[in-house]
Design a protein around this ligand. Structure first.
Ligand code: APR
Length: 229
């Protein structure tokens, strides 16, 4: 049986694809207020503002490409049973070739009914105020906003519990419940965290910090995991 690797990714893995992170200097949350564009309250106040924010991000995503870190994580599937648990709403892991991906915070290329969360549709163009689902309610991005439930979290906890190796890439680990996932790993398993910036490390055993950007850090780890060098 193949060993199970869980890779927890955040915005930092997309930085080298030209997509801004949220909390780095110059990041998205310097230009936009979270409560305006990523909360149910913001949506209730001004749907057009929220839709425009995600319409712009969708356009940018469609012009972006996976980087070497995305592609190399897919290579890990040659030897391991890999699950990517991502906080990112992009499809860059899919386009990079990974086949087993859990999107904790939803997907930018999907939209859903604002009344019935089970009505989900593909979406590669802008969503406008007045665009309705078949039940007649406004369509919204299929994104988990601050203050909303994270439907995939139980699934992700179980995946992390069963992993033999954990790799964390490009996340500030400040947004819960995603940040808490690292605490569900078994005590003895090897854990790596890749990030180019110094950050407070989670207090979990057997954690090694690879202080590199994603492309360099993933190359380094692949050499160890696939080729034992
Ligand atoms: N390679 C790897 N990591 C990088 C790179 C890079 N090239 N550039 C920056 N980083 C790191 C930063 O040092 C930081 O630790 O990526 C991390 C990005 O952190 P955040 O911007 O906070 O993004 P993330 O952790 O994914 O945010 C979590 O918050 O806003 C919400 O829902 C949104 O899913 C998101 C969640």
């Amino acid at each position: 049986m193949k060993q199970k690797i869980t890779v927890l990714t955040g915005a930092g893995i997309s930085a080298e694809s030209g997509i801004k992170t949220f909390r780095d200097s110059g990041g998205l949350w310097e230009e936009h207020r979270i409560e305006d564009v990523a909360s149910p309250e913001g949506w209730a106040r001004n749907k057009e503002l929220v839709l425009n924010f995600y319409n712009q991000r969708r356009k940018q995503l469609l012009e972006s490409k996976p980087n070497r870190a995305h592609f190399r994580l897919a290579d890990l599937e040659e030897k391991f049973d890999v699950t990517i648990v991502t906080q990112n709403v992009y499809d860059l892991h899919e386009r990079g070739g990974s086949t087993n991906i859990v999107h904790l915070h939803g997907e930018l290329l999907k939209m859903r009914s604002s009344l019935d969360g089970s009505l989900v549709y593909d979406c590669t163009t802008d969503i406008h105020v007045g665009d309705k689902c078949p039940k007649g309610s406004q369509l919204r991005p299929n994104i988990v906003w601050f203050g909303e439930a994270v439907p995939e979290i139980e699934n992700a906890i179980e995946i992390v519990r069963q992993s033999d190796i954990l790799i964390v890439i490009g996340t500030s680990l400040v947004v819960y419940p995603a940040a808490g996932l690292v605490n569900y790993t078994r005590y003895e398993i090897p854990k790596w965290l890749i990030d180019p910036n110094d950050m407070p490390l989670p207090r979990i055993p057997n954690l090694k910090f690879v202080n590199e950007k994603a492309t360099v850090g993933v190359d380094y780890l692949i050499n160890i995991l696939l080729y034992n060098v």
